[in-house]
Design a protein around this ligand. Structure first.
Ligand SMILES: [Zn+2]
Ligand SMILES: [Zn+2]
Length: 124
């Protein structure tokens, strides 16, 4: 990444609010302090693209918190925090029958908010 890109992203964050969902009980705006960069690979192409989402301090902490997983829809950019303990989704990365890691984020193509059909699911 060259300096110009870094600077542009930094400027973006200063004026942004956190773009992640804080739940229905918390509708206040949260100042973004960092950005979550999701790498995307275009279909039928080697080209890499990425989207960058401004996040606040507590959302950034959540991404490092082993108790929570973030579901993020790439189609409508809506998000949802899920407690791993209560989740029915499998967020563990396995090699054979061994759990080697846990994912922090699940990307969806299509979610209940924007589509009737799930087009894809990716783990990060
Ligand atoms: Zn946040
Ligand atoms: Zn969606």
């Amino acid at each position: 990444m060259d300096n110009i890109t870094v600077l542009e992203i930094a400027v973006d964050i200063i004026d942004s609010d956190c773009q992640l969902n804080h739940g229905l009980k918390d509708l206040e705006k949260h100042k973004a302090i960092d950005s979550l960069v999701i790498p995307l690979k275009k279909k039928d192409s080697e080209e890499e693209d990425c989207i960058s989402i401004p996040v606040c301090e507590s959302c950034r902490d959540g991404l490092f918190d082993p108790c929570w997983i973030l579901l993020f829809c790439l189609d409508c950019l809506s998000s949802q925090w899920v407690s791993k303990e209560l989740s029915k989704l499998d967020y563990t990365k396995k090699e054979g029958s061994q759990i080697v890691a846990e994912y922090d984020m699940i990307l969806l193509r299509g979610c209940p908010k924007c589509s009737t059909k799930l087009q894809g699911i990716y783990y990060l």
